[in-house]
Design a protein around this ligand. Structure first.
Ligand SMILES: [Ca+2]
Ligand SMILES: [Ca+2]
Length: 186
């Protein structure tokens, strides 16, 4: 009798030891899962920040692009009623009169038409390559505005020339677009 009782007690201990091991394994799996989810979340955050910083550098490239175009057509850019300002926000497509980057301009391309074409080309590229929009205007407080149609530009003759570029940083149409603005030294 004693021997049998002893055997039963031993078996019960072994069983409870196996149970504890299973719980330990489950807890370990849970901890590993939580850890992996944490790593995944930080990876996603890091990817978002990388994309955000890439888009910001793209906005700078687009701003530099139109700044270079204004410098190349400085006589028109410096006019008080420059077409760079009045043709906003989408410019005017002058067909082949002022084809950019492809050799000599035709005699039909005036500096005013060139400005309108520059703005047109710029707006197209911003929309197609960046899903964004931009404006050239005069503004003494350039860090405002939510879109080309609500640019926050004061358009006063004494205000500096600025370039503003907006884009949807978080791909959420319900949040404001990001703005990059820079004042323009001609
Ligand atoms: Ca303003
Ligand atoms: Ca948004």
């Amino acid at each position: 009798m004693i021997a049998i009782f002893h055997k039963k007690a031993e078996s019960s201990t072994r069983y409870s030891q196996r149970g504890a091991t299973l719980i330990e394994v489950l807890i370990s799996l849970l901890l590993i899962t939580i850890g992996l989810l944490g790593i995944a979340a930080s990876q996603i955050t890091s990817l978002k920040m990388t994309l955000s910083s890439y888009q910001r550098s793209q906005a700078t490239v687009f701003a530099n692009d139109i700044a270079d175009r204004l410098r190349a057509n400085i006589k028109e850019a410096e006019e008080p009623d420059s077409k760079y300002l009045s043709a906003m926000p989408n410019g005017v497509d002058h067909g082949t009169d002022c084809v950019s980057y492809t050799g000599a301009l035709t005699s039909n391309c005036s500096i005013e038409k060139m400005a309108e074409q520059d703005v047109f080309d710029w707006a197209q590229r911003l929309r197609n390559e960046f899903n964004g929009e931009g404006i050239i205007c005069r503004d003494n407080s350039p860090n405002d505005g939510t879109a080309a149609a609500a640019s926050g530009c004061d358009n006063l003759a004494a205000s500096p020339l600025v370039i503003k570029v907006w884009w949807d940083d978080d791909r959420d149409p319900n949040t404001d677009n990001f703005l990059f603005s820079t004042s323009l030294q001609l």
